[in-house]
Design a protein around this ligand. Structure first.
Ligand code: BGC
Ligand code: CA
Length: 338
């Protein structure tokens, strides 16, 4: 009997020691530029899952695409005693006042997905950025189109040896919109193709806007002249596909097909790939971006050193956590379906 009690006490001690080591009681306050964004919803869900593992408290609010509202939300987190902040800024060029609010309190602040300018990042020691190198995603999406043209010479519909394409861009000023556009066209050229841009416009990451823009391009240049569509994200790629489908394209008839690539590898995009409506995408790893943001915030909130070991991700220049992109094609898309 006595033996059992001793054993039980030892076991309880072991459990509580583990819990004391693993759990945090940090309160982390997070702001997402807008909840109605497919990719950021993935990041948000991953943040929640990670905090459930860590045992701390995570509040997440919707900044509803308004920077002044987000500034107020950060003030509210500070007054209620948050131990760290995670911010997905509405306007990445307006990150400075947010950094200053955190700095005045000595609070750690982790920016995600919308990268503040370097001077803001360099003005405080408890600031981090979790994101992905937009150049990589641009290159990979351009390569998917180039590979398709190499494998399918008939994709060059007018036989002029050039790729006539439409570019649908994300929100103006977002590093991902600028760099994906630049690097995707560069990748097609680097693969040896001459390229001709038939149309280029922003659809603000939005599916419905992309359908409208694509309908406009189709009536302006004629659907037969469009040989490829590159969109800066999957929602816009899917929007463009809606416009193609309205013309009877991308619905299974090989003679009526325009290759479309996006970025993100969202569930609806993978679904469209499985139906042969969409050529490819690039994994923008929402899970690891969400996990990493919460890990950094918790370690910093607990006043522990933020290192590769303590967060489980590689840190560059002391404050950048870059999550790699991966090309997603007909060969491997199933791996990414959840
Ligand atoms: C994603 C987009 C998303 C945007 C939000 C980008 O990295 O690819 O889908 O709308 O971030 O900031
Ligand atoms: Ca051509």
């Amino acid at each position: 009997m006595k033996k059992h009690v001793v054993f039980l006490a030892a076991a309880l001690f072991a459990v509580s020691a583990v819990a004391a080591f693993a759990a945090t009681d940090a309160l982390v306050g997070a702001c997402i530029y807008k909840f109605d964004d497919t990719f950021m919803t993935g990041v948000r869900n991953a943040m929640r899952a990670e905090m459930d593992r860590q045992g701390g408290e995570l509040e997440i609010v919707d900044s509803q695409n308004r920077q002044p509202a987000q500034n107020d939300q950060v003030d509210a987190y500070i007054s209620k005693g948050a131990n760290a902040l995670i911010v997905n800024p509405v306007d990445r060029t307006a990150a400075q006042p947010l950094m200053e609010k955190a700095k005045a309190e000595g609070l750690p602040i982790v920016f995600v997905n919308r990268e503040p300018y370097a001077e803001v990042m360099n003005a405080y020691d408890k600031i981090w950025y979790v994101g992905a190198k937009a150049e990589e995603s641009g290159t990979q999406s351009g390569q998917i189109i180039a590979d398709y043209f190499k494998a399918n010479p008939k994709a060059d519909k007018n036989g002029d040896g050039k790729i006539q394409y439409i570019m649908i861009r994300g929100e103006q000023g977002h590093q991902d919109a600028t760099l994906r556009t630049e690097y995707s066209t560069k990748a097609m050229k680097d693969a040896g193709f001459e390229i001709v841009e038939l149309g280029n416009d922003t659809a603000n990451w939005d599916k419905v806007q992309a359908t409208d823009k694509m309908k406009g391009f189709i009536s302006a240049v004629g659907i037969d002249n469009i040989e490829a569509v590159l969109a800066n994200n999957d929602d816009m790629a899917l929007g463009a596909i809606e416009a193609l489908k309205a013309e009877g394209y991308n619905m299974g008839d090989a003679a009526k097909y325009v290759p479309v690539v996006g970025v993100d590898a969202t569930a609806p995009a993978l679904e469209a790939m499985s139906k042969g409506e969409m050529l490819g995408t690039v994994l923008n790893d929402a899970d690891n971006q969400g996990f990493a943001a919460v890990k950094v915030a918790v370690v910093a909130a607990d006043d522990k050193p933020v290192t590769d070991e303590s967060i489980g991700y590689t840190i560059t220049d002391g404050k950048y956590i870059w999550i790699p992109y991966r090309p997603v094609t007909v060969e491997n898309y199933k791996e990414f379906m959840k």
